[in-house]
Design a protein around this ligand. Sequence first.
Ligand SMILES: Cc1ncc(COP(=O)(O)O)c(C=O)c1O
Length: 375
Amino acid sequence: MPHTRGFVPPPYPYDRLDELRASAASLPGGAVDLSIGTPCDPPPAAVLEALARSGAERGYPPSVGSPEMREAAAGWLGRRFGVSIDPGAVAACIGTKELVAGLPHWLRLRRPDRDTVLYPEISYPTYAMGATLAGCRAVPYRRLEDIAPADAERALCLWVNSPANPTGELSDLPGAAAWGRARGVPVLSDECYIEFTWDGPGRTILAEGSEGVLALHSLSKRSNLAGARVGFYAGDGELVHYLAEVRKHAGFMVPGPVQAAAVAAFADDTHVEEQRTRYLRRLERLVDALGAADIPCQLPPATFYLWVAAPDGDTWALTARLAAEAGAIVSPGEFYGPAGSGHVRIAAVQPDDRIDLVADRLAGRRGPAGARTQT
Ligand SMILES: Cc1ncc(COP(=O)(O)O)c(C=O)c1O
């Protein structure tokens, strides 16, 4: 018998695009899915080799992460972002989404007097969902200075996401760390797009020291390993230890071969440089093509997303127009909170020839079979 008075999971946002997907699929050349930020390019060969041949599949892997993986993650943070982190304050997660969704629950177990999760008003939906799953209040904020003192007093944690999905913006990480420390509120900094920072070097909250902060990192985007499910969190030693212990009891483990692959991925930066070049090329191509179709937009300071204002403010009309004219499936901004309405997010995650197809369709340069016509 269904219990209707309890939690009813809302429709998964991207499932709401199924109808548009089906109609765009009927265009010659098919639909080009630019909605979900899922990588399409290959991981490096050394990573696949490690995945296939580590021999780590027989026994249970360490929940906290192998010593090699924790050292490789700390080494990457030092090499790329100049922060010195003790590998003992680094722990594995099964991709970061499960951690984002689970953190409020685990934090609340030891702070039952705090019931409020603060998160950016236009953001990845899992921050709010994690609060809901923990039975907490999900309270969005626009700027740190707008947070009401009454909400700050009840705050279990503060989320920041820089570079930000979906806007591509960079936020004030020193300010966030200081805000949390002044109030004894842990600051959770989701930094999974850090390698795709275009405006200067990548920045981590760990540059402010690790007290009271956690940085979350993922190999899904950096190394095209979203299917392998691996990331880590690092920062405040006591907090990392608590979470790692809870997660060990609950049986969260990154599979051994995936941990071996993570070691290889964190050791290599060449593939990241190649990926950065690809994303930037695709973003530039889309910005040009959209601009020429009277949908003006700009390159973001970071990430592989374009955050595009609907010319007349009608998000769903722009979503439908891009599907009908260009076969492009994009995400309406309200997927990222009510304040995102009026924009769409376009993920530059398809191969170059598919991005070209979208650009050509927008310019009216494709014939009935999807082939290029003479211009
Ligand atoms: C802001 C943000 N955080 C976390 C994730 C989760 O990534 P993963 O679970 O693959 O590490 C995503 C995925 O799109 C994201 O956009």
